[in-house]
Design a protein around this ligand. Structure first.
Ligand code: ATP
Ligand code: MG
Length: 239
């Protein structure tokens, strides 16, 4: 059995009186693409934020390569190899593409290495190379999403957390993004935890999946069986 890279054990998270996650447990093995699907407000983003220390746990623990992540700050997690692409892309729109990529390399000190990684990103996402001196606000939604992914890759992560990479994009653009995500996983051996409301794309492009409802995980399995599961088909695939 492959080693688990991320292990989430019985975590709960609350925002004041609102309980956003209840007793959630989930593991991601090295090399996998795991998807987490669920409706609006299910708690998907909260789960990713809890991994990178942006929201405190009220219960439970999170381990990365057997290290407990409790009380570690987000920059420390980047150094350890965890990188988040937040929901809504959150690009710095007044900065150029190149400056955004520099921001993603904040934990890297070696200038030569930063330049090499930027060049790797321009090779992998050629449109970013073409637009590298342009302010990000002038990029299309799909290009901004590519840039958000490239920025997250600048720290050379082992674990990439993606929050709704397909949000608000046209179907063909979503396909492009997902094929890049698979390439990053296969060619660079980056383990991926992917959150999506677009259950079809998420399950088609992942190895295993989890379904979240109202802060609880209610179903899990390999992605093919979830795609064929009648409950999933009714609730998330519009059948
Ligand atoms: N900062 C916050 N303060 C208070 N409540 C919050 C906060 N962030 C999220 N919530 C609530 O926590 C619950 C889970 O939210 P979360 O953003 O994790 O859901 P989600 O599954 O990512 O939804 P979406 O698909 O819309 O992005 C929701 O009820 C939401 O209203
Ligand atoms: Mg969300």
């Amino acid at each position: 059995m492959t080693k688990s890279l991320l292990k989430i054990e019985n975590i709960s998270v609350a925002y004041g009186n609102i309980i956003a996650l209840r007793n959630v447990s989930l593991t991601v093995a090295e090399g996998e693409i795991v998807s987490l699907i669920g409706a609006n407000g299910a708690g998907k983003s909260t789960l990713l934020k809890s991994i990178v220390g942006l929201v405190p746990l009220s219960e439970g623990s999170i381990y990365y390569s057997d290290k407990n992540l409790a009380n570690l700050q987000t920059f420390k997690l980047a150094e350890m190899g965890i990188s988040l692409v937040p929901e809504g892309r959150r690009v710095f729109s007044d900065l150029t593409v190149e400056e955004n990529l520099d921001m993603g390399a904040f934990s890297v000190k070696d200038e030569k290495l930063i330049n090499k990684r930027k060049q790797d990103m321009y090779d992998f996402f050629p449109i970013l190379g073409v637009r590298r001196k342009q302010k990000t606000r002038f990029l299309s939604g799909g290009e901004q999403q590519m840039m958000a992914v490239a920025r997250a890759l600048m720290s050379n992560p082992n674990l990439l957390l993606l929050d709704e990479p397909g949000l608000g994009l046209a179907p063909l653009v979503i396909q492009d993004i997902f094929s890049k995500i698979k390439q990053i996983n296969k060619e660079n051996n980056v383990t991926i935890l992917l959150v999506e409301q677009n259950a079809l794309m998420a399950l088609r492009n992942s190895d295993r999946g989890f379904v979240m409802e109202n802060g609880n995980l209610v179903l899990e399995g390999d992605s093919v069986s979830l795609l064929n599961n009648q409950k999933v088909r009714n609730a998330y695939l519009g059948e």
